[in-house]
Write a protein that binds this ligand. Structure first.
Ligand SMILES: [Zn+2]
Length: 355
């Protein structure tokens, strides 16, 4: 779809060839703004990620494999379904956003991308950078998961820098690297959000009567992207109602849950204390959008402990023979705390499995 970009802070507008995801006037985050109303999509008939090309920013994406993951019914509970995002090429939902970012980097003529990551996004970007023939510079916070660092390096396209500081500081370093070295700044920005909204299109096609979608929250582009997809589908007449969106965080890193519980409109930084590295983010970038998505769908926010996630990790392995990471099964741990009626149909997003 034809589009432009608009700054979320100062409302400056840029055309689609602008070549950055950051406003050059105020350094605010840009958002994709389509030139036409969203198109109705035949979600029931869709077979792959690229069936949703009509609702994505114009671009050359076709040679990348991504998405089209299965929705599987739980063995122990008929009301519960699982969206198996580890079926993506680098075993997490991050691939959906990475293909859009890497295609845009190529379109704008960059030979290098840079990002801050807790691991999965960097692995995903390194993988698609390799396919596209460009380099990737990765900044990771102290205490980065060494298994993930090894995976990223093994791709061969990326150099990894472990910094003294947390993820938020890594993001600042990635930003300044992009400015100094003319690299394309990738990460939790607008193009990624566009790719990630396709999970909503897939879920609504696979289970039209879904009532709840439970979503792990790190930087919160997954939930904000999924909400954007739902809003578009309602506007285009593709669906008539939205399921409730339930945000899940680790109890040692649950600033959005805290804000939701206290009815606050401000998200306060919290130093992450959890083994679930994929969702250990002190100040989620899309935290406010998450509160908005929860409120507008009648959803909620739930914290889960590391022990609860570990229990679900074992249960998921017993049922599916697949080892998901702790953040990847946070949604299943949250489900244990929810009271569903017999009519409810819940989808837990299993977001990643890089362990
Ligand atoms: Zn601006």
């Amino acid at each position: 779809m034809e589009y432009g970009l608009i700054c979320t802070i100062c409302k400056s507008r840029y055309d689609s060839v602008f070549g950055s995801q950051i406003c050059k006037k105020c350094h605010g985050i840009l958002e994709v703004e389509y030139k036409a109303s969203p198109k109705k999509v035949d979600i029931r008939a869709s077979k792959s990620f690229w069936d949703f090309e009509s609702v994505l920013p114009n671009g050359d994406y076709k040679h990348y494999i991504v998405g089209g993951t299965r929705l599987v019914r739980g063995e122990s509970n008929d009301n519960v379904y699982m969206k198996i995002e580890p079926e993506n090429p680098t075993r997490s939902f991050k691939d959906r956003g990475s293909v859009i970012e890497i295609a845009k980097a190529l379109e704008y003529g960059y030979s290098e991308i840079v990002c801050a990551s807790t691991g999965n996004m960097a692995y995903s970007l390194a993988y698609y950078s390799k396919i596209a023939g460009i380099k990737a510079k990765i900044f990771m916070g102290e205490g980065a998961n060494q298994n993930k660092v090894a995976k990223i390096k093994s791709v061969g396209s990326a150099s990894v820098h472990i910094i003294n500081g947390d993820f938020t500081k890594a993001e600042d370093l990635a930003k300044s690297y992009a400015e100094k070295h003319d690299a394309f700044l990738t990460g939790d920005y607008c193009y990624r959000e566009e790719g990630q909204k396709t999970i909503s299109y897939e879920v609504m096609g696979q289970l039209p009567d879904v009532t709840h979608i439970i979503i792990p929250v790190g930087n919160a582009t997954l939930i904000s992207g999924m909400f954007k997809g739902l809003v578009e589908m309602v506007a285009s007449g593709t669906i008539t109602r939205m399921p409730r969106l339930i945000a899940v965080q680790a109890s040692g890193s649950d600033s959005v849950v805290e804000a939701f519980r206290s009815g606050s409109n401000a998200i306060k930084y919290m130093k992450p204390k959890t083994k679930a590295d994929a969702i250990a983010v002190g100040l989620p970038k899309f935290g406010l959008q998450t509160l908005d998505a929860i409120n507008k769908t009648g959803g909620s926010a739930i914290s889960v402990t590391d022990a609860e996630m570990e229990r679900m990790q074992h249960k998921f392995y017993e049922e599916f023979g697949m080892v998901a990471e702790l953040g990847g099964v946070a949604s299943l741990a949250a489900l244990e705390k929810m009271r569903l009626s017999k009519k409810d149909r819940a989808v837990a997003i299993i977001s990643g499995a890089n362990v």
